[in-house]
Design a binder for this molecule. Structure first.
Ligand SMILES: *Cc1c(COP(=O)(O)O)cnc(C)c1O
Length: 443
C-alpha cells in the first residue's frame, strides 16, 4: 500500500493523516468526509515554486483552481505566493471572497459570458486567456466601454496531443479550445489582439492534456510555441513576454502510475525554453504553468463508512459505502482507478477480493473494481486515496445526497473548510408554487 504525504498507520492500526486519527475524524465529522493533508498541498506548491526559483528564470505558477476551489484553498495558494486560474464567475467569486489578490488571477475558459468579462475587469484581474475570436472582440469592446486596457494571453492549440504514456504531434487539432496554430487562426488572433486598442497582448498559452507522465509532450509544445513566437516577431513585428505551458502534470493514483518529480517537469520546460529562445536570439520570456491535480490530488483522502455487502458466490462481492459517484464521479466518468484501505484496521491482512459500490441508483456507481481488503464488516471505515482533485469540485446532489464536509488536517489539528450540507441546503432553492401548497385542514 502506498501512503501519501503525512499518512501513516498508527499504533492502534488506524490510518492517520496530518497527525489526526481517521477513526476519530469519522466520529467527529461523520462520513463521507474529504480529508486534505495541508502539509502535502503546501509541499507540492513549494516544489513547483522552488524548482522554478532554482532556474533563475522569471515565472508564475498558477494553481488551476477548478481541481479544488474553496476559499481555504485560495488562502493557501496566496500564502504560497502563487497565482490562480479561474474558469467561471463562480470560481472568480470564490477567490475574491477569499481575499485572493485580483492581479494574480487569470481567467480561462472557452465561453466566457459578457457578464463574467465585466466582473473580471471590474475586479481588476491579472489577465484573460482568450480562447476564440468572439471573446477577443468582446473583451476588447467591454474593456473599451470601461476605459480600461486589459492584459491577455492567447490560447493556442499547438497540435500536441499528450496522453498518459505517449504524446503525438497531430497535424491539425480537433478541439473546442483555442486558436489553431496551423490553419492561420493563431496568426490572425495575434494580429487582431496586438492592434486592438484596449488589449495588451502578453503572450501565448497552451495546455496539452492531463495526467501526463513524460516531458516529451511539454518539450514538443515549447518547440512549437517558440517557432510560432519567432514567426510572429519576424512576420508581424509582434513580441511576447509570457509563455504559458498549462498544467497536466501526472500524479500516482495506483500502482503503475509513474509521475516524474515536479522539478523534472519544470526543468524540462525551462531548459527547452532557454535553449529554444536563445537559439533564436529572442529575449527569455516569463514562463507560466498551471498545475491543478498535481497540487491537490494526492493530498486528498475520502473516508467512508461501510454499510451493506452482497456476496454473489463465484462472481463477486460488492461492498457498499455511504457515498459514491456523488462525491467522486471520476470512476463512472472515465474509469478512473483508486487505491483504498480499511482505515480502522489498516494493519489487518488484506485477503479478500471485493468491489466497492456507491449508494446511488446507478449500476455504474462503482468506486473501485477488484480490491484486496481484510474481511469487511458493516461499520468499517474505508479510506480512498488521491481524491483531492476533481472530487469535491465535481460532487453533486444526485439522489439528494448531501455533499460531504472537507477538513484540512495538519499537525494533529483538523479544521473544517467546507461544512457538510444540511437537509436545508437540499431544499433551499426549491419553490412550491402557491397552488401546490399542501392544504391545511381547518376542521
Ligand atoms: C484543467 C486545466 C489545467 C490543470 O490541469 P491538471 O491536469 O489538473 O494539472 C491547467 N490549465 C488549463 C487551461 C486547464 O484547462
Amino acid at each position: 500500500m502506498h501512503l501519501h504525504g503525512t499518512s501513516t498507520i498508527n499504533k492502534d492500526g488506524h490510518l492517520e493523516i496530518g497527525g489526526c486519527d481517521t477513526k476519530q475524524l469519522a466520529s467527529q465529522f461523520g462520513t463521507p468526509l474529504y480529508i486534505m493533508d495541508e502539509a502535502l498541498i503546501r509541499q507540492r506548491c513549494r516544489e513547483f515554486v522552488e524548482a522554478f526559483r532554482a532556474t533563475g528564470m522569471p515565472f508564475q505558477v498558477a494553481y488551476a483552481s477548478k481541481a479544488f476551489c474553496v476559499m481555504a484553498m485560495c488562502r493557501i495558494v496566496e500564502e504560497e505566493g502563487m497565482s490562480l486560474d479561474v474558469v467561471s464567475d463562480g470560481e472568480l467569486y470564490t477567490a475574491l471572497q477569499a481575499g485572493f489578490p485580483a492581479e494574480r488571477i487569470h481567467f480561462h475558459g472557452n465561453n466566457k459570458t459578457p457578464y463574467e468579462i465585466e466582473m473580471a475587469i471590474d475586479a481588476g484581474i491579472g489577465c484573460f486567456v482568450v480562447d476564440n475570436f468572439v471573446e477577443l472582440h468582446m473583451v476588447n469592446a467591454i474593456a473599451g466601454e470601461k476605459r480600461q486596457r486589459v492584459k491577455v494571453l492567447l490560447r493556442l492549440t499547438p497540435g500536441v496531443d499528450a496522453h498518459t504514456h505517449e504524446y503525438i504531434s497531430t497535424g491539425q487539432t480537433d478541439s473546442k479550445f483555442g486558436f489553431d496554430m496551423e490553419n492561420g487562426s493563431a496568426r490572425q488572433a495575434v494580429q487582431e489582439a496586438s492592434s486592438a486598442p484596449n488589449l495588451e497582448l502578453l503572450g501565448i498559452h497552451s495546455h496539452i492534456g492531463s495526467q501526463i507522465f513524460e516531458v516529451g509532450g511539454f518539450q514538443l509544445a515549447v518547440e512549437k510555441m517558440t517557432a510560432f513566437t519567432v514567426a510572429m516577431r519576424d512576420e508581424l513585428g509582434v513580441t511576447f513576454s509570457v509563455l504559458n505551458l498549462g498544467g497536466g502534470f501526472g500524479i500516482r493514483y495506483v500502482e503503475g502510475d509513474t509521475p516524474l518529480a515536479v522539478g523534472e517537469y519544470v526543468r524540462a520546460i525551462t531548459d527547452t525554453v532557454r535553449e529554444q529562445f536563445t537559439q533564436h536570439a529572442y529575449p527569455l520570456p516569463e514562463i507560466w504553468i498551471e498545475p491543478g491535480r498535481s497540487i491537490v490530488g494526492d493530498a486528498g483522502t475520502t473516508l467512508y463508512t461501510v454499510g451493506t455487502y452482497k456476496d454473489i458466490p463465484g462472481v463477486r462481492k460488492y461492498v457498499a459505502v455511504d457515498g459514491g459517484m456523488t462525491d467522486n464521479p471520476r470512476p463512472a466518468l472515465y474509469e478512473a482507478k483508486y487505491e483504498a484501505l480499511l482505515a480502522n484496521r489498516a494493519s489487518d491482512q488484506a485477503d479478500e477480493l471485493v468491489s466497492i459500490a456507491g449508494k446511488c441508483c446507478e449500476s455504474g456507481d462503482m468506486l473501485i473494481w477488484d480490491i484486496e481488503l481484510p474481511q469487511v464488516q458493516s461499520g468499517d471505515l474505508l479510506a480512498v486515496f488521491c481524491t483531492g482533485a476533481y472530487n469535491y469540485a465535481m460532487a453533486s446532489n444526485y439522489n439528494r445526497l448531501r455533499r460531504p464536509a472537507v477538513v484540512f488536517v495538519k499537525d494533529g489539528h483538523a479544521d473544517v473548510v467546507v461544512e457538510r450540507e444540511t437537509y436545508g441546503h437540499l431544499v433551499q432553492n426549491d419553490v412550491v408554487p402557491e397552488r401546490m401548497k399542501p392544504v391545511t385542514k381547518t376542521r
